[in-house]
Design a protein around this ligand. Structure first.
Ligand code: 5AD
Ligand code: SF4
Length: 450
């Protein structure tokens, strides 16, 4: 190992680590689990890379910019600090998986390279790294979840990964290559893990998977949600990210029937043009997507929708793009994420003809984002006057303020004397911004009467 970090066995104080997340919610979940694992091995979490003996960079490979961040961080971390030390550097996550050999060649300062399916081996890899760089980008047969310690979450909300990987092979996307094929964790394990989280005070669980609604771990996702809803003390259930193709009737029925399942769905469409959707290999059309949303709205009229969009996919014309703008207006998304198409080497779209010039992508992204922001503001304004429950998650900016989530995943800013993080409070929405709402408390009697 090139760093000056001593052997953990004769260390005078616990080794300090910092895990930095670069990516999606699954990436954040993985970071938490790596943190749990290192803590279980006697190490101590710190808030910044400066104070850390070990820095884990949990990378994202979905777009080119996300990957570049890894190299700029390594550049910063490898220069010695004032006392001459530098941290042990771990490159984890999807860039490590996809470009392990390239990282090894391009960034000699990296001590450990570990993929998202192998991070349960992190403590062993850190030991191996004492003798020279350690790499594990296997997709092992023994699932990592079985090898991880119990969860230590102490918050009101928690993520729970139920499914990993993807077999869909959208032509723009690296996930099927970095996260491997779809695999589901057994329902019994998930129910046990959820009970453990609730026993530690968690009130809301978000089920995670690259294709969460393709879950098939003995139950379907709808079946799993119904089982979880039976856990006393668990108040709210969410799930993300779903594929339109797997939005089956049982799951739609769960939205009508399971009160703990929150009225929010992230259902990426990517483009409003059926021609582009075909080139993306999305296996749905504009029409079939809208038909799915109509069924969902029939089942749960107040459901809030969000989506992902890519602008400038190869061959996208102005007319295709306008179809995307129109779908944003038609659906009235509560929130949405939009990205410029980013070439990912090894994916089919990378070598397609008619790549869209960067300037055109920039211009389309700006127009799309303006439409999305207007839509979010309209959605939030439409909720003014509604009474709902808010799960308080963190302090607000001003004294006395707390920020929580409405059932529709809006961030709600509220001042309630005596309320604490983790409480579920009854409020009325009184004001709207594009990314949050303002709420005031109402008493239980008032809200019951409403
Ligand atoms: N370029 C731009 N955006 C992408 N996404 C996935 N791959 C790419 C790419 N190559 C977006 C999709 C996906 C979200 C997580 O990232 O919109 O839903
Ligand atoms: Fe990527 Fe498509 Fe799979 Fe989503 S469904 S992870 S966009 S390949």
């Amino acid at each position: 190992m090139t760093s000056s970090t001593p052997d953990p066995d004769d260390h005078p104080r616990p080794q300090r680590f910092h895990v930095k997340s670069f990516g999606c919610q699954m990436n954040v979940y993985d970071s938490e689990r790596m943190g749990d694992l290192l803590s279980a091995h006697g190490m101590e979490a710190v808030d910044s890379t400066d104070a850390a003996d070990i820095v884990v960079l949990n990378t994202c490979h979905i777009r080119e910019k996300a990957a570049e961040k890894l190299y700029s961080d390594i550049g910063r971390l490898r220069s010695p600090r004032a006392d001459g030390s530098r941290p042990t550097i771990v490159a984890a996550g999807c860039v490590a998986q996809a470009e392990g050999a390239e990282i090894a060649a391009r960034a000699p300062a990296v001590d450990v390279i570990v993929g998202p399916l192998a991070y349960h081996r992190l403590p062993a890899l850190l030991r191996e790294a004492q003798a020279g760089r350690a790499i594990d980008t296997d997709m092992p047969a023994v699932p990592k979840f079985d090898a991880l310690p119990p969860r230590r979450a102490a918050q009101a909300t928690a993520f729970l990964t139920v499914q990993e990987g993807c077999d869909k092979f959208c032509t723009f996307c690296v996930v099927p290559y970095t996260r491997g094929p779809e695999t589901s964790r057994p329902a019994a394990d998930l129910i046990a893990e959820a009970r453990g989280l609730v026993a530690r005070g968690v009130k809301e669980i978000t089920l995670l998977g690259q294709n969460v609604n393709a879950y098939h771990g003995g139950l379907t996702l709808a079946g799993l949600i119904r089982e979880l809803a039976a856990i006393d003390g668990l108040e709210r259930i969410r799930y993300t990210t779903s594929h339109p193709r797997d939005m089956d009737d049982a799951l739609i029925a769960a939205h009508a029937e399971v009160a703990k399942l929150m009225p929010y769905l992230h259902l990426p469409v990517q483009s409003g043009s059926s021609r582009i959707l075909k080139a993306m290999n999305r296996a749905h059309t504009r029409e079939s997507y809208l038909a799915t949303l109509a069924k969902l709205r029939a089942a749960r009229p107040d459901i809030a929708l969000s989506g992902d969009f890519i602008v400038g996919f190869p061959g996208e014309t102005e007319a295709d793009f306008e179809d995307t703008l129109r779908i944003v207006e038609e659906v009235q998304y509560a929130a949405a994420f939009s990205f410029k198409y980013s070439i990912r080497p090894g994916t089919p779209a990378a070598t397609m003809a008619d790549q869209v010039p960067e300037a055109v992508k920039d211009e389309r992204l700006a127009r799309l984002q303006a439409a999305i922001t207007a839509g979010s503001l309209a959605f939030n304004r439409g909720t003014i006057g509604r009474r709902c429950a808010v799960l308080l998650e963190r302090p607000g900016r001003k004294p006395g303020q707390l920020i929580g989530k409405t059932p529709w995943l809006q961030s709600a800013v509220v001042s309630i004397p005596g309320a604490a993080i983790g409480d579920i409070v009854d409020v009325e929405i009184v004001g709207a911004m594009p990314n949050s709402v303002e709420a005031v408390p109402v008493s239980h009697q008032e809200s019951a009467a409403a």
